[in-house]
Ligand binder design. Structure first.
Ligand SMILES: NC(=O)c1ccc[n+]([C@@H]2O[C@H](COP(=O)([O-])OP(=O)(O)OC[C@H]3O[C@@H](n4cnc5c(N)ncnc54)[C@H](O)[C@@H]3O)[C@@H](O)[C@H]2O)c1
Ligand SMILES: O=c1ccn([C@@H]2O[C@H](COP(=O)(O)OP(=O)(O)O[C@H]3O[C@H](CO)[C@@H](O)[C@H](O)[C@H]3O)[C@@H](O)[C@H]2O)c(=O)[nH]1
Length: 480
């Protein structure tokens, strides 16, 4: 029986391996991690991550051909194929701080693989890594290998959170990069055969190592660029009376452009886009390409601008101060159908409002109070380290309360901000919410999910990203 081991039982390692186990009953899959609580959770009824459809698959396969364990060395030693899906955070100190990928976890995984292996292995980069990482990994593995042969493959993951299982069942493509040698081709073929159990062969793309590594960074940069492009247009729409939804529709019907990923928003979040673009910018700088680096940096700058613009719009609309005013936040996750808050725009918006001394009341159907408090106290980029290595803050932000009900969160509030597009926010009783709020009652829709006309009929002053402005907002002082 072929044995697969995946190092890193996170948002990628967990779902990806669960789907491989489901689709390949003849393969034994072990997912290992240094985090004991995480592995305990994978072995319990309360999985460590929320992802539609995941629980069913784990229940079907766990204990049969899918195992979760902290015995990292044993499972690596026994495996034929070792996936590495560990954290690749942004460096916070030293050379490349604030941009470059910190490969500490990757390097320690590679050293451990070299130390414990007693047979030849295929080592698969599943984490998103800088282009040319495989070369460094090869050196570490070969240097310590005691004659054991390793083949490195790059097999970046393209799943999006909230739709991870659907994405893994039906990927647009699977990408495998390997060395262009007979051994490299053989390793690529071995991994291809795993995916071919459910992915049509013509959707399995094979390339050289560097193309596969770079394609992952490029794909995320292109996706994020679309959002920054439509968000840049949203600012112009507000100044001119155009409606960003109509503009995006008109633009997206051009078959060369396509309709997806053109929703204007308070900004993109998530663990990947910002990190991967910063990484790309750093690689361009290191390769003597400052113009290319600047080009991609602008995608992040517009994203930061969009989040700031949103906060400024709230404050300027409410008589230029939110000091001691209750502002309700509906949605804290970085997108709907996930409890993940990594780089969520809600963190920046809340911090901006707290900077202006607002009292904040938050409701999100999937995010706990503990998580929200941690996020608001944590330093930039600290979230991307294994849980037990993240600095714990003993303080909680006192001006922040977390509720388990949207009506409770919005009671007596001066303003409501929608920061995640959860479906349930569309069907709330906004008349009831209006009746229980301070007047004038404001709604700031950072996701364009609410029915603006209906809300205005009820009596709200409404701001919706990139939409023609309320007369009230037009008359408020300009902001930068
Ligand atoms: N989250 C996504 O949607 C997504 C999608 C595609 C690619 N990626 C990339 O995949 C990688 C993993 O992302 P994630 O979201 O799954 O991260 P994660 O933080 O959820 O999981 C990483 C896990 O690796 C474990 N780990 C770290 N070092 C280890 C070691 N030496 N030995 C054993 N376990 C170790 C951590 O404890 C953690 O549980 C990153 O490079 C990320 O950029 C993420
Ligand atoms: O039109 C859009 C689409 C998305 N977003 C926002 O963009 C962020 C990222 O969304 P999404 O890409 O759906 O989720 P991720 O899970 O971050 O997935 C991205 O990042 C992963 C990690 O690399 C990749 O594997 C995926 O292909 C890539 O879509 C979220 O805050 C969304 O709300 C918008 O604002 N407007």
């Amino acid at each position: 029986m072929v044995k697969i081991c995946c190092i890193g039982a996170g948002y990628v390692g967990g779902p990806t391996m669960a789907v491989i186990a489901l689709k390949c009953p003849h393969i034994e899959v072990a997912v290992v991690d240094i985090s004991v609580p995480r592995i305990n959770a994978w072995n319990s009824d309360q999985l460590p991550i929320y992802e539609p459809g995941l629980e069913d698959i784990v229940k079907q396969c766990r204990g049969k051909n899918l195992f979760f364990s902290t015995d990292v060395e044993k499972h690596v030693r026994e495996a034929d194929i070792v996936f590495v899906s560990v954290n690749t955070p942004t460096k916070t100190t030293g050379l490349g701080a604030g941009k470059a990928a910190d490969l500490t976890y990757w390097e320690s995984a590679a050293r451990m693989i070299a130390d414990v292996s007693a047979s030849d292995k295929i080592v698969v980069e599943k984490s998103t890594v800088p282009v040319k990482t495989a070369e460094a990994i090869e050196k570490i593995l070969m240097h310590n290998s005691k004659g054991i042969k390793f083949q490195i493959l790059s097999n970046p993951e393209f799943l999006a959170e909230g739709t991870a299982i659907a994405d893994l069942f039906n990927p647009d493509r699977v990408l495998i990069g390997g060395r262009e040698t007979p051994e490299g081709f053989k390793a690529v073929q071995t991994l291809k055969e795993v995916y071919a159990n459910w992915v049509p062969e013509d959707q399995i793309i094979t390339t050289n190592l560097w193309s596969a590594e770079l394609s992952k960074l490029a794909a995320n940069a292109f996706l994020a660029q679309r959002i920054s492009s439509v968000n840049a247009m949203s600012a112009l729409c507000e100044s001119t009376g155009a409606d960003v939804t109509q503009v995006a529709y008109a633009v997206g019907t051009d078959s060369r452009i396509g309709p997806k990923f053109l929703n204007a928003s308070v900004g993109f979040g998530g663990s990947c886009f910002q990190k991967d673009i910063l990484n790309l910018v750093y690689i361009c700088q290191c390769n003597g390409l400052p113009e290319v680096a600047e080009y991609w940096k602008q995608v992040i700058k517009i994203n930061d601008y969009q989040k700031n613009r949103f906060v400024n719009r709230i404050v300027s609309s409410m008589f230029n101060t939110v000091s001691n005013k209750k502002v309700a936040i509906l949605g804290f996750a970085f997108k709907k159908d996930t409890g993940d808050t990594r780089e969520t725009p809600a963190i920046d918006v809340c911090k901006g409002l707290l900077g202006d001394k607002a009292q904040i009341s938050i409701y999100d159907p999937q995010v706990t109070e503990e998580q929200i408090q941690r996020d608001l106290a944590m330093k930039k980029f600290d979230w991307d380290h294994p849980l037990h290595l993240q600095p714990m803050s003993p303080t909680t932000v006192k001006q922040v309360s977390v509720k388990w009900d949207a009506y409770e969160a919005t009671k007596d509030a001066h303003a409501v901000c929608v920061l995640t597009e959860w479906d349930e926010f569309k069907s709330l009783d906004y008349q009831k919410i209006f009746d229980n709020m301070q007047k004038p009652a404001f709604i700031f829709d950072g996701r364009n999910v609410l029915n603006v006309d209906k809300l205005r009929e009820i009596g709200f002053i409404v701001y919706s990203i990139g939409k023609p402005l309320d007369a009230w907002l037009k008359d408020m002082p300009a902001f930068v």
